[in-house]
Design a protein around this ligand. Structure first.
Ligand code: HEC
Length: 561
């Protein structure tokens, strides 16, 4: 009950935040509304249609879903030039190229016509689902979906067995970290397997359109902000706790970008080492941003107030500094001695960094399979890590350096970026089997929950310390999932754009908004000339809003005692 009240208390706080934004900015004081109805070719209301209004000048968009009566409404829009678009899988999308929005509320309705050819509209996960299940597939998923989706015409084929083999060989020979990172699929076997199972010439893919979103998932408001150019390699993103600014890094261009959620105003900072591959980012409780430089074997601390970087070297060359722990309230987490722990992707080790002295100490994994990847600290202060391209998780006692490792029950499971909740349960996506796996540290017990979409290539898990919910990326399914550990139920939030490969989840704890970045690498496969940082906002239902006054009453009762 307490957990639910805290969730609702946060809902109660939301209007205040919006109000401040309205009062503080003259332009938004004229915010306007666009609404209308979506129908099918026979004038029947159509639910679950994404209506997107894209502000051309500000390069940002808002998407909402039509309700059971086909109605939609987008509020808080700046007057200006817009592109409008209405789409739902199974229908041809309808768009308006140039829509001028004044300060007066406007209406625009859409009629969508069914299309029988929906294969091109379906996410990568649906295509991959046509491949036969089994250990071979689990290994293919972890080897071939960690950088990009098999999600567009160029990556899906059709190709002959030889052509698939050639592509797989070129991926394995790719100098950019591929060879070292995965389990190492056999290119020839893979080529034959893909060509024989739906990805060869002349093979047809038949899909049933998914059911439209309903309940909380249908009320989501999704903001998207364009960032970078055609070759952008957005990796992680983090919301800055004090300011609500969204920060995203560019792995190839060595950049940090600060984005204002209000108007997409951006400020760009250059990492001081070239070709250093900025990867994981997060804020500490003092407001400093920390980042790992994966290709530069170092860690940076960046002060957003001065724009200055401090670089921590001292890691072995080629160790590939990957991730550090982020606690359940979104802050970078240090151990009891103030040290930061970092996984080394290619060092087969986890390192501690003492920011006061700059001293780095390496702790080697006792197993040779997999690559240290996700990392988190439990309530006892133990440092947990997950080894990508394996089913292994391990724990380090930071006091004496003792290491123990254990394996997920499925040998072909693939662990990713982990999170630890208040009850010392580790949550990790299982890329091989499209599942969310929970490991209860105290009970030494695993439980696996299949994600709502099969073959969804999940990437990261992140606990919301206020609600207890676990967020997981469906990187190959153009979706984000919320898992409620109390009810063991998932809610699926679909994203409006095809090839929405999401990589990291960051929570704005003042609003409950969930942020992520689109991170298909290479970006060119998305067909877009930029990438997008995404915010999911969850308006309360009428019932939840009605419950808020009773929380205030309950709080008064408590304080009077
Ligand atoms: C380390 C990141 C990475 C991994 C892992 C990876 N790819 Fe790629 N993939 C890329 C990049 C970068 C490109 C674009 C550059 C290129 O075409 O070489 C690409 C392009 C492709 C293309 C399009 C090629 C074309 O002709 O346009 C296909 C198909 C593909 N990958 C399939 C795969 C398969 C199958 C695997 C698993 C064996 C895989 N990828 C693993 C990074 C990766």
């Amino acid at each position: 009950m307490k957990r639910r009240l805290r969730g609702l208390a946060r809902i109660a706080a939301v209007p205040v935040v919006i109000l401040c934004a309205l009062v503080g900015t003259a332009a938004v004081a004229h915010a306007t509304t666009l609404s209308g109805v979506v129908t099918d070719s026979r004038h029947r209301p159509l639910a679950g249609v994404f209506v997107t209004a894209r502000n051309v000048g500000m390069k940002m968009s808002v998407s909402v879903l039509s309700d059971g009566k086909g109605r939609y409404s987008i509020t808080n829009l700046f007057p200006g030039r817009y592109e409008l678009d209405a789409h739902r899988i199974g229908y041809r999308s309808a768009d308006v190229k140039d829509f001028h929005l004044t300060q007066f509320p406007a209406r625009k309705s859409f009629r969508l016509v069914k299309t029988p050819d929906i294969a091109a509209q379906m996410p990568a996960s649906a295509w991959l689902h046509s491949l036969p299940p089994g250990p071979y597939k689990a290994d293919f998923l972890s080897d071939c979906t960690v950088c990009h989706q098999i999600g567009d015409a160029a990556t899906r084929g059709p190709r002959t067995a030889d052509q698939w083999t050639a592509v797989a060989q070129s991926m394995i020979a790719n100098p950019f970290i591929y060879g070292g990172m995965t389990k190492g699929v056999d290119a020839k076997k893979l080529g034959q397997w893909l060509a024989a199972n739906g990805f060869g010439p002349g093979q047809e893919h038949r899909f049933a359109p998914p059911a439209p979103a309903s309940g909380a998932a249908a009320r989501v408001v999704i903001n998207q902000y364009d960032v970078g150019g055609p070759n952008v390699a957005a990796h992680d993103m983090a919301v800055e706790p004090r300011t609500g600014m969204a920060w995203v890094d560019d792995f190839f261009a060595d950049l940090l970008v600060r984005i204002s959620p209000l108007n997409n105003a951006q400020k760009v900072y250059r990492v001081p080492i070239k070709k250093s591959g900025i990867h994981t980012i997060g804020f500490d409780r003092r407001g400093m941003l920390w980042g790992t430089l994966l290709l530069g074997d170092s860690v940076v601390r960046f002060d957003p107030r001065t724009g200055k970087f401090k670089v921590y070297k001292g890691f072995k060359k080629g160790s590939a500094t990957h991730s550090f722990p982020i606690d359940r309230f979104g802050y970078v987490e240090f151990d009891h001695q103030g040290r930061l722990w970092i996984t080394e992707l290619f060092g087969n080790a986890v390192a501690s960094l003492d920011p006061k002295t700059g001293v780095v100490k390496e702790y080697h994994s006792p197993s040779d399979r997999g690559h240290p990847y996700g990392i988190a600290i439990d309530n006892e202060g133990r440092v947990w890590y997950a080894k990508y391209a394996s089913n292994i998780i391990g724990a380090i006692n930071p006091e004496n350096g003792a290491i123990t490792e254990r394996e997920l029950p499925h040998k072909h499971s693939c662990v990713h970026r982990i999170t630890i909740d208040a009850h010392d349960r580790i949550w990790t996506p299982d890329d091989g089997y499209s599942a969310l796996v929970m490991y209860d540290i105290g009970k030494n017990a695993f439980k696996s929950y299949p994600l709502p979409d099969a073959d969804s290539s999940p990437y990261a898990a992140r606990v919301d310390g206020v609600t207890g919910d676990i967020w997981v990326n469906g990187s190959g399914a153009d979706a984000i999932y919320k898992f409620d550990p109390a009810t063991e139920e998932f809610t699926t939030y679909r994203l409006p754009l095809l090839v929405s490969y999401t990589r990291m989840v960051s929570i704005d704890y003042s609003t409950g908004d969930v942020w992520t970045s689109l991170s298909n690498l290479p970006n060119g496969q998305t067909g877009r000339s930029h990438t997008e940082v995404v915010r999911l906002h969850f308006p309360a239902s009428a019932r939840e809003r009605a419950a808020v006054p009773s929380i205030a009453k309950a709080a008064n009762t408590v304080s009077r005692r």
